[in-house]
Design a protein around this ligand. Structure first.
Ligand SMILES: Cc1cc2nc3c(=O)[nH]c(=O)nc-3n(C[C@H](O)[C@H](O)[C@H](O)COP(=O)(O)OP(=O)(O)OC[C@H]3O[C@@H](n4cnc5c(N)ncnc54)[C@H](O)[C@@H]3O)c2cc1C
Length: 403
C-alpha cells in the first residue's frame, strides 16, 4: 500500500500549513477580540475577510468542490488531508470558503440547481460574498429520520406557500446569510421517500421569522443555530430545487453517505488538542517531576496518538473507497468513520483539558470550545446510533440465509 499523497496535494498541503501558521492561528485571538468588542454575536469580525482574501490569493479556495468548474477538482482522498488541516482552527474552514453549511449547499446547488438559481445563489457563495443555511430539523419530530419532516410546502398557482417550524438552522441569524434551502412536504400522499421537496427561500422573504439563535454549551457562534418560524411564506415555483418529491434524495446526497468533511476536520481538531497537551505536560512540574513523566499521562499521550492514527487511516480509506468503488460500496466505512472521528476527537480533547487542569476549561486555550464542537458532531452529522444502525443492518444482511 502506498500512503503518500500526489505532488499536487503535497504542494497544497505545504501552502496550507504555512497559511495556518502565518495567518490563521495568529488571527484566532484577534477574531475573538473583535467579536467581543462589538458586543454582538452576529458581528462579522473583519479579520475573517482578510483571511479569505489571503487564502484566495494563494489558491486555497473552494478546495472541497470536486467539480473543477466550481472549485479545486480534488477527489475525496485528495481533499481529506487538507480538510484535516483546516479543522485545526475554528477559523480555517471559513477562511478557505470550505465551511458548513455552505459546502453542502453549494454542492447541491451545483448538482440540482437551474442555471438561474446557480447564477443568483451559487456564484456569490462560491465567491464567499454571502452565506447560506439549511433548514431540515424540526423541534416537533425526531429529525434524525428525515422521513418524519412535517413542514408544508403547498402549491398555490405560481407560488409555493410554506408553513412550519424549524430549529438548528445553523447560520441563519447572520446578516450575511441570504439564502436558505428548506425541506418540507409537497406530496403528502406519496410514499415516505417521495413526500418531500427542497425549496430556496431568500432570508428576507416575508413570513420568515428567525426567533432565536441557540447557543451550543453556552457558546454563541456567529450565525447561531436558529429556531425559525415560517408563516405563509411565498416563493415562486421556480425556487424548487430539483423535482417535486426529490427532497429526501437530495438530503441523502447532502448529508448522507459521502460527506465526511466533518470527520476529516475532527482529526485536525484532535491533533491540535494533542499537540497542546504534549507541550503543556512538558512545561509543568508537580510532585517533583514533569507532568510528562507521570505514567498515566504518558498513557494518555500514547492512547491519543494510537486513536488519532487509527481514525486518520479509516478516514483516508473511506475517502479512497468513495473515489474508487463509490459511496454505496463504501457505506460501512463511511458510517464507521462518522462514529469514530468525533469520538476520538472528544476523547483526545477531554484528556488535553485534564492535562491542562483548570486552564483547560477556560477559553484561554480553546479546548473548551473544541470540546463543545466535537460533542455536537456526535449528533449534528447524524447521531452515532443511526450510523451504527446502518453498519449493523449491512453486517447482519451478510448472515441472513439466502432464498
Ligand atoms: C451544532 C448543530 C448544528 C446543526 N445544524 C443543522 C442545520 O444546519 N440544519 C439542520 O437541518 N439541522 C441541523 N442540526 C440538527 C441535526 O441534524 C439533528 O439534531 C440530528 O439529525 C438529530 O435529530 P434530532 O435532534 O431531532 O434527534 P432525534 O431524531 O430526536 O434523535 C434523538 C436521539 O435518539 C437516538 N436515536 C435516533 N435514531 C436511533 C436509532 N436508529 N437507534 C438508536 N437510537 C437512535 C439517538 O441517540 C439520537 O441522538 C444541527 C445540530 C447540531 C447539534
Amino acid at each position: 500500500m502506498d500512503f503518500s499523497f500526489s505532488p499536487k496535494v503535497e504542494e497544497l498541503r505545504a501552502n496550507l500549513l504555512e497559511f495556518m501558521e502565518s495567518h490563521v492561528y495568529p488571527s484566532e485571538r484577534i477574531y475573538r477580540d473583535q467579536s467581543r468588542a462589538a458586543g454582538d454575536p452576529q458581528f462579522h469580525p473583519p479579520v475573517m475577510e482578510e483571511l479569505k482574501a489571503e487564502a484566495r490569493s494563494r489558491g486555497l479556495w473552494n478546495l472541497f468542490m470536486p467539480d473543477e468548474r466550481y472549485g479545486a477538482g480534488l477527489s475525496n482522498h485528495e481533499y481529506a488531508p487538507l480538510a484535516e488541516i483546516t479543522g485545526r482552527s475554528f477559523l480555517g474552514p471559513e477562511a478557505l470558503n470550505c465551511a458548513a453549511p455552505d459546502t453542502g449547499n453549494m454542492e447541491i446547488l451545483a448538482e440540482y440547481g437551474t442555471p438561474a438559481q446557480q447564477k443568483q445563489w451559487l456564484q456569490p457563495l462560491l465567491d464567499g460574498e454571502i452565506r447560506s443555511c439549511f433548514a431540515m430539523t424540526e423541534p416537533a419530530v425526531a429529525s434524525s429520520d428525515a422521513t418524519n419532516i412535517e413542514s408544508s410546502i403547498a402549491r398555490d398557482g405560481e407560488h409555493y406557500v410554506i408553513n412550519g417550524r424549524k430549529w438548528f438552522t445553523s447560520g441563519a441569524a447572520s446578516p450575511r446569510c441570504k439564502i436558505m434551502i428548506f425541506m418540507g412536504v409537497t406530496n403528502a400522499g406519496a410514499d415516505a421517500y417521495h413526500r418531500q421537496s427542497m425549496v430556496l427561500i431568500p432570508l428576507d422573504t416575508p413570513g420568515v421569522d428567525v426567533m432565536r439563535a441557540l447557543p451550543i454549551f453556552g457558546f454563541q457562534h456567529e450565525g447561531g443555530h436558529c429556531e425559525i418560524d415560517f408563516k405563509d411564506v411565498r416563493v415562486p415555483i421556480d425556487n424548487i430545487l430539483g423535482e417535486e418529491g426529490s427532497g429526501f434524495t437530495i438530503a441523502q446526497a447532502r448529508l448522507g453517505p459521502g460527506r465526511i468533511h466533518h470527520c476529516m476536520r475532527a482529526i485536525g481538531m484532535a491533533e491540535r488538542a494533542y499537540e497542546a497537551m504534549c507541550r503543556r505536560v512538558l512545561s509543568r512540574t508537580a510532585f517533583g517531576k514533569e507532568l510528562a513523566r507521570q505514567g498515566v499521562i504518558q498513557d494518555w499521550i500514547a492512547q491519543a496518538r494510537i486513536q488519532i492514527e487509527q481514525a486518520r487511516l479509516l478516514t483516508l480509506k473511506a475517502a479512497w473507497l468513495m473515489d474508487t468503488v463509490g459511496k454505496e460500496a463504501a457505506r460501512i466505512e463511511i458510517s464507521a468513520i462518522k462514529v469514530v472521528a468525533p469520538n476520538v476527537a472528544l476523547w483526545v480533547i477531554d484528556h488535553a483539558i485534564q492535562a491542562f487542569g483548570a486552564a483547560g476549561v477556560t477559553e484561554d486555550f480553546g479546548l473548551a470550545e473544541m470540546y463543545a464542537a466535537a460533542r455536537t458532531l456526535r449528533i449534528a452529522d447524524g447521531p452515532d446510533e443511526v450510523h451504527k444502525m446502518v453498519i449493523a443492518r449491512r453486517e447482519l444482511a451478510r448472515f441472513i440465509p439466502k432464498g
